[in-house]
Every structure is written in structure tokens, then in C-alpha cells.
Design a protein around this ligand. Structure first.
Ligand code: ZN
Length: 71
């Protein structure tokens, strides 16, 4: 399974509020439309906290839907 890149999940602009560590992109499994996707999301290397961009949290994964349609 390929890892989906989300433009909104640019790790450079995020820090962990708890550890003050810069977040690094890592593949996270997300379930969407009854399917499992690997999406690269900013995660804290120290405590493992994963930041889910607001548009993903709201279920507006247009990026993912677009990718599915292309394949
Ligand atoms: Zn952390």
C-alpha cells in the first residue's frame, strides 16, 4: 500500500505541545470510506502524538478520494 501525502500535513510547521519537539511525517493508518489508508501525518518522535489536520478530522479527504479515482 502506498503512503498518501497530504499537502496540509506539512511537518515543518508543527511542534508537539507537550514535548516541544518538531513533528516528523510518518505513515499512519486511517480508516475512511470502509478502507484503510496509509497517510503521512506529522507525528511527535518522542511521545508518538499524531497531528491530524483539521480537514482530515472533518472527514473531507478530497485528496484521498481524488487519488482513488485516478487509479
Ligand atoms: Zn510529544
Amino acid at each position: 500500500m502506498s503512503v498518501i501525502q497530504v499537502p496540509e500535513a506539512d511537518a515543518g510547521q508543527w511542534r508537539c505541545a507537550t514535548c516541544d519537539e518538531e513533528l516528523a511525517l510518518r505513515p499512519v493508518e486511517l480508516e475512511y470510506l470502509d478502507s484503510l489508508f496509509n497517510v503521512a501525518l506529522p507525528a511527535c518522535p518522542k511521545c508518538g502524538m499524531v497531528l491530524i489536520p483539521e480537514n482530515l478530522a472533518l472527514g473531507k479527504m478530497n485528496q484521498v478520494e481524488h487519488l482513488l479515482e485516478d487509479k
